[in-house]
Write a protein that binds this ligand. Structure first.
Ligand code: ADP
Ligand code: MG
Length: 263
């Protein structure tokens, strides 16, 4: 099956991008997919959350984007079979300046992924984006087959999304005409809070079937797990957060299957 590159993007911080990258990646691996997670945020939270500390980040995404290192040289195995990582670190914050007017500056990630697309070792690449629409995010969108948008169930959830949708349209019109939206996932849903329910309803009426049926609940186990360097599925498989990410993984795979049948 051809590789699918899914980019997890929302220029708002704290909406659950990294949490979704780590745990959707883990859940996809758990249902038998071979996943490469790319940490494209200078904060390096996806790397830390997967237990890959600074000392283990010898070759990082920075070396791939700026140094032209083959992506294979930057692959780190995680504790989970089926889930590998390209680590990110603070160096990434220099990418925008360092690429300047370099040729193909928006295609650095796409070019780096060419051998990964060819060799078939992975079925999914997930890219965790920084909380901005900078050159790292543009590189991710240019390299992507589809975008997955996490949306936090809070009052201003829909604000800023217009900007993301506009950016996706711009990228489609110039760098990547085939870019799709895989889906919108509601995160940190609190069923005791009527605002969560209201936001969920608004988002569904705005985005219709693009919104996954699966909703990720606010769950303290999810927020504890990264401090142990573990995905929540490893930290506490039975908790509601883990079960939700497994459900989301099945839904993502199902959408991909339907897309292939339709194509
Ligand atoms: P982003 O990558 O979009 O900035 P994060 O994934 O880092 O967002 O999440 C922001 C904060 O919210 C983190 O502290 C994270 O642990 C917490 N968080 C994310 N999802 C959940 C959840 N389902 N339940 C509880 N806390 C969550
Ligand atoms: Mg993040």
């Amino acid at each position: 099956m051809p590789l699918r590159v899914l980019v997890i993007a929302n220029q708002k911080g704290g909406v659950g991008k990294t949490t979704t990258a780590i745990n959707l990646g883990t859940a996809l691996a758990a249902v038998g997919e071979r996943v490469l997670l790319i940490d494209s945020d200078p904060q390096g939270n996806a790397s830390t959350g997967l237990g890959v500390g600074r000392a283990q980040r010898t070759t990082t995404l920075y070396d791939v984007l700026i140094g032209g290192q083959p992506i294979a040289d930057a692959v780190v195995k995680t504790a989970l079979p089926g889930l590998d990582l390209i680590p990110g670190d603070a160096d990434l914050s220099g990418v925008e300046l360092e690429l300047g007017h370099a040729p193909r500056r928006s295609f650095k990630l796409r070019d780096a992924l060419e051998p990964v697309r060819r060799d078939g070792a992975y079925s999914y690449v997930l890219v965790d984006c920084p909380p901005s629409l900078n050159l790292l995010t543009v590189n991710a969108l240019a390299a992507a087959d589809a975008v997955l948008v996490p949306l936090q169930c809070e009052f201003f959830a829909l604000e800023g999304l217009t900007q993301l949708v506009r950016t996706i349209d711009l990228v489609r019109g110039s760098l990547n005409p085939l870019l799709e939206i895989q889906g919108v996932v509601l995160t940190m849903y609190d069923r005791r809070n009527s605002l969560s329910e209201q936001v969920a309803r608004d988002v569904r009426s705005h985005f219709g079937p693009a919104v996954y049926a699966t909703v990720i609940p606010r769950n303290v186990r999810v927020s504890e797990a990264p401090s142990f360097g573990k995905p929540v599925l490893v930290y506490d498989l039975k908790c509601a957060g883990s079960q939700a990410y497994l459900k989301l993984a099945r839904e993502v795979v199902q959408r991909e299957r339907q897309r292939r049948v339709a194509a």
